[in-house]
Design a protein around this ligand. Structure first.
Ligand code: URA
Length: 248
C-alpha cells in the first residue's frame, strides 16, 4: 500500500486508516459495508432488494432445535451475575413460526416483573407498530439480546451478552423468520457485530446468518423523539414488503 511506513506499528496504523476510509466511502455511497455480512453468505442487500419473493420459507436441511429445547437448556440460568438479581427470565414470546422477529435490548422493570418482553411503555408503542403492520403480537416473535434485566436498566455488559447470545442465536434458528427487526443501537450492534451508528444502519437490509435484518430505532427512543416515528414507519414498510400478504 502506498505510503506504508517502515515501522510495523505505523504500517498497521496506515492499513487501518486505509480500511476506515474505504468503509466510509462505501457508507457515503449508500452501501452496506461488506464486513457486516457473515462469511460465506450472499452479499448484503441494499435498500431495495432486487427481487422480493413470497415463496414459502425453505426448511433447513439441518436439524434445528425447537424453542422448547432452547428454553430447557437455558433452565434457571445463572451463567452471568444477572441471574442473582432478576425476578423472572424474559425468554421471548410469540409465534414459533413467525415471519418476523423483533429483537430489543434487555428487559426493563415491567418485563422483569411479568417475565414477558416489551410490556412497559416502550412495549405498548411496539405493540402499536405491530398493529399498524396489520399484525398482532401473537403473529410475530418478540425477544431481546439479554433475557435478564440489568439493574437500573444499565447497558448490558460484554460478559452478559457472551453468556446470553448463544440462546438468542438458537431461538432465531428455531423460528427461522423471514425478517429480523433489530430495535435500537444495542440490538443492531450486537447482532451485526459492528459499531456503525444506527442512523447509518437503519433503513437498509443487512444479512444475519442468511436472514434479512432491518435495524430501526428503539421504541423507547421514539417515546423521547416523536420526529423519528416517520423513519421507523419507513423501515417497517420495507419489512412489510418482504412479508407475504396477510389474509384479511
Ligand atoms: N426495552 C427492551 O429493549 N426490551 C424490552 O423487553 C423492554 C424494553
Amino acid at each position: 500500500m502506498e505510503g506504508a511506513k517502515e515501522n510495523p506499528a505505523d504500517e498497521l496504523l496506515a492499513l487501518v486508516r486505509h480500511l476506515k476510509s474505504q468503509i466510509q466511502s462505501g457508507i457515503d455511497a449508500g452501501k452496506t459495508p461488506a464486513y457486516l455480512c457473515m462469511a460465506g453468505e450472499p452479499a448484503c442487500l441494499d435498500e431495495s432488494p432486487a427481487e422480493i419473493t413470497h415463496a414459502p420459507k425453505v426448511p433447513s436441511a439441518r436439524k434445528t432445535v425447537t424453542l422448547g429445547e432452547v428454553k430447557n437448556e437455558l433452565g434457571d440460568c445463572q451463567r452471568c451475575s444477572l441471574g442473582r438479581v432478576r425476578t423472572n427470565i424474559v425468554f421471548g414470546e410469540g409465534n414459533p413460526r413467525a415471519e418476523i422477529a423483533f429483537v430489543g435490548e434487555a428487559p426493563g422493570g415491567d418485563e422483569d416483573i411479568q417475565g414477558r418482553p416489551f410490556v412497559g411503555r416502550a412495549g405498548q408503542l411496539l405493540t402499536k407498530i405491530i398493529a399498524a403492520m396489520g399484525l398482532k403480537r401473537t403473529d410475530v416473535y418478540i425477544c431481546n439480546i439479554l433475557k435478564c434485566r440489568p439493574p437500573g436498566n444499565r447497558n448490558p455488559k460484554p460478559e452478559e451478552i457472551a453468556a446470553c447470545e448463544p440462546f438468542l442465536i438458537k431461538q432465531l434458528e428455531a423460528i427461522n423468520p423471514r425478517v429480523i427487526c433489530a430495535l435500537g443501537t444495542f440490538a443492531a450492534h450486537t447482532l451485526l457485530k459492528t459499531d456503525v451508528p444506527i442512523t447509518v444502519l437503519r433503513g437498509k437490509f443487512h444479512s444475519y446468518h442468511g436472514i434479512q435484518l432491518m435495524p430501526t430505532y428503539h421504541p423507547a427512543y421514539l417515546l423521547r423523539n416523536q420526529g423519528a416515528k416517520k423513519q421507523v414507519w419507513e423501515d417497517v414498510q420495507k419489512i412489510m414488503k418482504m412479508l407475504p400478504q396477510q389474509a384479511s
